[in-house]
Design a protein around this ligand. Sequence first.
Ligand code: SAM
Length: 178
Amino acid sequence: MNRHAISEPSAWISRFAALVPKDGTVLDLACGAGRHSRLFLARGNKVVALDIDISDVADLAKDPNAEIVQADLEDGGPFPLEGRRFAAIVVSRYLYRPLFPALIRALAPGGALIYETFAKGNEQFGRPRNPDHLLNPGELLEAVRGHLRVLAYEDLILTEAHPAAIQRICAVKETGQG
Ligand SMILES: C[S@@+](CC[C@H](N)C(=O)[O-])C[C@H]1O[C@@H](n2cnc3c(N)ncnc32)[C@H](O)[C@@H]1O
């Protein structure tokens, strides 16, 4: 049974999907039911879909462009995809702060980090409320400063059907940037 209903991709990630070359491989980190994996597969990209629980992307195993990786990102071990390079890394509704340096390293030159998750202030609307899972003001900007060029950043309260405090960024690794 699906833990997550497969919903529409995030508007933020959809907006910047066009930046990603069609022949580039996309990492969907903490992919859940793979709504963003599916978005990029539909665009013709190869996708690596990683989660601690891959049951909701099992159907993608038959897609030759999809690679499913089961891994615990928080077990204190090395980043499971160390040494791989991606044209884009998408992260949505997931935060584990120690991963930021590995994610930046894992971007190929020209690669884009497209990240959207909950921020402090979300406590008033619902989960997550745990500060470990809520970004501090400006935290995504700080995480990429000196490493990536920021194309867009927002820190706002979404007032749609399910109000939420979020931050989101799209930032690219320029040639020569670490
Ligand atoms: C709120 S869901 C978001 C799913 C997807 N990114 C989306 O936006 O639809 C958070 C995901 O993080 C995954 N996750 C939580 N802890 C994890 C860990 N230690 N390692 C890998 N994935 C983890 C969960 O299994 C879950 O699929």
